[in-house]
Ligand binder design. Structure first.
Ligand SMILES: Cc1cc2nc3c(=O)[nH]c(=O)nc-3n(C[C@H](O)[C@H](O)[C@H](O)COP(=O)(O)OP(=O)(O)OC[C@H]3O[C@@H](n4cnc5c(N)ncnc54)[C@H](O)[C@@H]3O)c2cc1C
Length: 394
């Protein structure tokens, strides 16, 4: 499939256009835990998946704010679809920073063939500590053999390209994290557990095993050792886009619950539920938290990232991590308030709020890890060396 060239199109307008049909399909995919292949196909056909490919390569050249606004819009309709495509749209922007030939190759595949990327970094026993991959990359003629496990691989069912982390042994015999962007291998990758979860049920975040999975040496993203650099330099693409998905769920939930209370009466009332003080206070509180989350996200989106990385790369990483965790916590609180405003019917399987509630919880679990973020932020502010070992005596 060829992605429509997005040179002039507005990703937010596209997201708005697609959101209605995604919202219609969301309940069924959530109920069945099925992957929304038709939504991803619509995103590819519309050019949405090419939004962050530079315009010079036929993509949309979208900036971070457009990306986040568009993802928010999709997430309000179907959080799983937004989260699944998020790995792709922000991943493209991140590899651009260090990718060289690999970035150019990926751009062509995305624009000309409609290719979709999924990324696997977390591993059982490693969790979100992706900078210590246990998947090994053993050199063989022309490339590497990868062996290991990947715990959560969001978007795997629709992926044409896989972005995989592994550790190879450097010249000093030390493990060195490396990333490979490869066409989805026909051999050496096996799904060990299909995604079956309480929330984000339609993301196809399968668990995989890599067994002597051959990858060409030329498919390494950046120079050996560049993977951590990619995350530090491009972290705003990752954590801002993650935050935008969970902010979108919160905005969708609040909008929904407010609309419903305006027209809803209970037998004991002669007015709509909207006239109850408790409902009014909770709506006001939810709006306040939503506004705080939005302000924090878009302040981070509009920061001068290049200057921040140049001045204090670790501080920039921490600022973005703190923002993502704060936005996701507030988003969770907003959806919890929306549940209370709606009352018991919010828990019924047929009500969209219960799906949004289960989906927004994932924001508290996806990277960056909240405990590590708190540790790094506290140490950085207090002048304690952040990366010193042992961690609590640095
Ligand atoms: C819906 C969903 C989709 C996902 N999609 C992807 C994906 O596409 N690709 C991908 O690579 N990953 C994905 N993940 C996995 C995610 O990146 C995390 O790795 C995963 O949630 C486990 O990391 P964790 O730190 O939350 O928990 P664990 O690593 O399992 O940690 C367990 C506990 O230990 C704590 N902990 C862990 N490490 C430290 C530390 N260093 N210091 C202090 N405390 C620590 C945690 O806070 C937690 O309390 C996804 C997760 C979810 C929920």
């Amino acid at each position: 499939m060829t992605a429509r060239t997005l040179k002039a199109a507005d990703p937010v307008a596209l997201a708005t256009e697609l959101a209605a049909s995604f919202a219609d399909r969301a309940a069924a995919h959530d109920r069945d835990g099925s992957f929304p292949h038709e939504n991803i196909a619509d995103l590819v056909a519309s050019g949405y998946t090419a939004m962050t490919v530079p315009a010079a390569w036929g993509g949309g050249g979208a900036g971070l704010e457009e990306l986040c606004r568009a993802q928010e819009t999709l997430a309000a309709a179907c959080a799983s679809t937004a989260f699944a495509v998020n790995m792709h749209v922000h991943g493209i922007a991140m590899i651009a920073g260090i990718g060289g030939d690999q970035a150019a190759w990926a751009y062509r595949a995305i624009v000309e063939d409609g290719a979709v990327i999924a990324g696997g970094f977390s591993e059982p026993g490693v969790g979100g500590n992706w900078w210590h991959p246990t998947t090994s990359a053993r050199p063989v003629p022309g490339g590497y053999l990868l062996n290991g496990r990947k715990g959560f691989f969001t978007g795997f069912p629709a992926a044409d390209l896989l972005f995989l982390s592994a550790a190879r042994t450097d010249d000093r015999g030390l493990p060195q994290p490396v990333g490979f962007l490869v066409p989805k291998p026909g051999r050496g990758v096996r799904v060990t557990a299909e995604w079956d979860a309480a929330g984000m049920r339609a993301t196809g975040s399968h668990s995989l095993v890599l067994e002597d999975c051959y990858v060409e040496a030329g498919r390494m993203v950046g120079e050996p050792g560049a993977l951590p650099l990619m995350f530090i330099q491009g972290v705003h693409w990752a954590w801002c886009s993650f935050a935008s998905v969970f902010l979108g769920i919160a905005r969708g939930a609040l909008g929904l619950v407010v609309r419903e209370q305006r027209g809803r009466t209970l037998h004991v009332l002669d007015r709509t539920v909207a006239h109850l003080p408790g409902v009014q206070f909770k709506v006001a509180e939810a709006r306040t938290r939503l506004a705080a989350a939005e302000a924090h996200l878009y302040q981070a989106v509009r920061a001068d990232h290049e200057a921040a990385v140049a001045a204090d790369p670790l501080g920039h990483y921490i600022d973005m991590s703190v923002m993502k965790n704060s936005v996701c916590r507030l988003a969770h609180e907003v959806v919890t308030l929306a549940m209370q405003i709606q009352g018991g019917s919010a828990l019924l399987a047929g009500h969209p709020l219960q799906r949004m509630y289960r989906d927004v919880v994932a924001g508290l679990l996806v990277p960056p890890n909240s405990d590590v973020t708190a540790e790094w932020a506290g140490k950085h502010a207090l002048g304690v060396p952040v990366l010193a070992e042992p961690r609590w005596e640095g």
